[in-house]
Design a protein around this ligand. Structure first.
Ligand SMILES: NC(=O)c1ccc[n+]([C@@H]2O[C@H](COP(=O)([O-])OP(=O)(O)OC[C@H]3O[C@@H](n4cnc5c(N)ncnc54)[C@H](OP(=O)(O)O)[C@@H]3O)[C@@H](O)[C@H]2O)c1
Length: 252
């Protein structure tokens, strides 16, 4: 099959490309480095000609671009898919984005709603935090001998390669009649921030920081914290390696 992968040079997209190619599929990367700008809405049409599927992983972490890229980029992919003869569109979102009133999560939810209302054959996959991002959060919370984090916050980090493989399988599997929510993908263990700090410290060969739990002020902190808003529900697909296994394979 011929599959276009937006953001195919990024962390998740490169995993999707890897697994598609391993299974013998033809892949086409669509990102600014290959002449496609989803915010400007340029460059995607010619790549979609003859495509069986498009896996949309391109996105931004820049708050200034959440409207133009997270939402607008998704709209551009859907419009191009419609013009190209409706290949199967597979997108990636975040588990719990409907529960956490954080602006980026709101943008992801709006993008998901666009896909689900598109009438196209489409699958909205969602994932919990990728292992490297969970490690990045843990390191960002450290202040010398201390680590500061929202009380009650837990994460369920997931292996990027496994998410990439599942997206590749979904893109080349059965084409749905219309747009549907896909699986929520989550890692095998739920860790509180203190455990993440201990694992990171052990890996780095230093003493674990003292964890100071900050009271959850406001709806966003409560959702990230004691409400467990970013944890997967009972219907999620759980897989990939545990965080500690991934961490052990990383350079110090
Ligand atoms: N990080 C997590 O823990 C996590 C968890 C769940 C879901 N997700 C979702 O996973 C997705 C991928 O995340 P990631 O970590 O793989 O991101 P990433 O490594 O930053 O990759 C995103 C890619 O998007 C491309 N891009 C950015 N702006 C573009 C534009 N205007 N037009 C075309 N391409 C553009 C970039 O390539 P160029 O620079 O070449 O354009 C980049 O390679 C996101 O949708 C995110 O919400 C992430």
């Amino acid at each position: 099959m011929r599959v276009v992968v937006t953001g195919g040079l990024g962390a998740l997209g490169s995993q999707v490309v890897h697994h598609l190619e391993q299974d013998g599929h033809e892949t086409v990367v669509a990102s600014r480095r290959t002449g496609v700008d989803l915010e400007a809405g340029t460059g995607l049409d010619p790549l979609l000609t003859g495509a069986d599927a498009v896996v949309h992983t391109a996105d931004t972490t820049s708050p200034r671009r959440w409207r133009s890229m997270t939402v607008g980029g998704t709209r551009a992919v859907l419009d191009a898919a419609r013009r190209a003869g409706t290949p199967h569109v597979v997108t990636i979102s975040i588990v719990g984005c409907e529960r956490v009133p954080y602006p980026y999560y709101r943008a992801k939810r709006t993008a998901d709603e666009l896909v689900l209302a598109s009438g196209l054959p489409a699958t909205v996959v969602r994932a919990t935090q990728f292992h490297p991002f969970a490690a990045q959060i843990g390191r960002a919370l450290r202040l010398g001998p201390l680590a500061l984090g929202v009380r009650g916050m837990r994460v369920q980090p997931v292996e990027l390669s496994w998410v990439g493989r599942r997206m590749a399988q979904l893109a080349t599997g059965e084409v749905p009649d219309g747009a549907r929510p896909g699986p929520d993908l989550a890692g095998p263990d739920v860790l509180d921030l203190g455990e993440i700090e201990r694992l990171l410290a052990t890996h780095d060969g230093r003493r674990p920081p003292r964890f100071l739990a900050v009271p959850p002020l406001g709806a966003t902190m409560r959702a990230f914290g004691p409400q467990g808003g970013i944890l997967a529900g009972p219907d999620a697909e759980v897989g990939g390696t545990p965080f500690a296994t991934w961490l052990a394979a990383q350079p110090r």
